[in-house]
Design a binder for this molecule. Sequence first.
Ligand code: SF4
Ligand code: SF4
Length: 457
Amino acid sequence: MSKEGFSISLVNPHAPGLDWIQKIGIAVASLGLLSMVVGATGPANQDPSFYFWTGVFASIVGFLIYIVRTFSGKTESGNNHHIFNSSLMARGVAGWAFGIFLTAFYILLYWGSDSFWNNSGLVSMFHPVSEGLFGFYADKWFLYGFVYTISVLVMGVRAIIKYRHSNYQVIRTCSVMFFQLGFAFLIPMFLKAMSQPEYYFSYFWPLDYDLLWPNSVDGMMNAGTIGLWMLIVSALLTFVVTPILTYFFGKRWYCSWVCGCGGLANTAGDPFRQLSDKSLKAWKVERWMIHSVLLFITLLTILLWVNSYLEGGIFGSVSHELTKAYAFLIGQAFAGVIGVGFYPLLGTRIWCRFGCPMAAYLGLLQKYFSRFRITTNGGQCISCGNCSTYCEMGIDVKSYAQRGENIVRASCVGCGICSTVCPRGVLNLENGPTHTDRENNNPITFGNEGVGLRGFN
Ligand code: SF4
Ligand code: SF4
């Protein structure tokens, strides 16, 4: 008798094996990764093209073969089967190993010496693509930008196939892929190739924390017309475009459609979204931390401008130390090392939820001045808990759905996954007519609106 014969589960409890196409994908990706490891020990410095094609390119092709085969054969209801039995996706040995690897990579990226990276074959194997496309040699930041962008694109294909029954998810994923590829990689690299300021149009203050600091503003003003234009665009994006779009659409227009951090979380991070902490304690910590970072960067920026006006007379050394502290603690350790390195351990939006000052700014607008809300048809909810499980921001969506209450939360990034995974169509992301009509005082719940059993009311 087969193993399944002993189970009383209503669904097949055993993870399916791999077919031959998936095995080919894994084999090609593994050989590609092996080639990258070998090349990184030195040989890629002599023959970068060989290691680019047999390492980087082969890995991408192998992962794509595996992803397309794995997810195209599944119905939407089967997408997350066996996820809590996976060592990688449920904090098993593979999850811890991947988390340690990612964290180590970020530590080396930020604080490893330049000579380590420049002598490393790993950077060399990206020379062919950097020279071919932009005409300059790769460095560790080119490597990072390329790997980040490819991760969003490859895992974006996975997200599109996995959530293909939802137009919202398909269009949203295409949007983050487009902004990452164009605005956060190609355009900045072409600007660098033309000896212009390396400007990232999809990141603005306060996320791009030093963008409006006096030194950066001076740099842009000195870069001529294009610099001045970038400066005006930056200020407009932060102080005009952001409030207007957030009023109409909530913070989702940025966090789930444009931002590269959100883009990585919703594509490469999708296998880990169920690991977010849903406890009330985490919610309390989250509110304190994220608003403290927003306060910190706002006060620091004001301090720097006052200091600049006084020509460093009073706050000179203090402001310098504070900028270094912010860059180290928030810009590198939190956003990079913890924010991405801990994906397999704490879920995908640790940075967006606990540290991002842009998310805090957008969240305040969303909470008090936006038409966005998630409506819940409580009468249809079967309390399966899918929505809460897969909410990457740790929101207990089910508790709202059970009460038939609209969800108006500062932290909701509007990714829409709660709605996508709900088997009963309970949840709907909506932009209402005004921002004042969002709290529904008369929610639809079973038994509340006259639905009941005669004789038992
Ligand atoms: S509540 Fe829904 S839309 Fe909001 S962050 Fe959670 S899963 Fe995404
Ligand atoms: S996924 Fe849908 S049915 Fe399940 S608990 Fe959430 S709202 Fe209710």
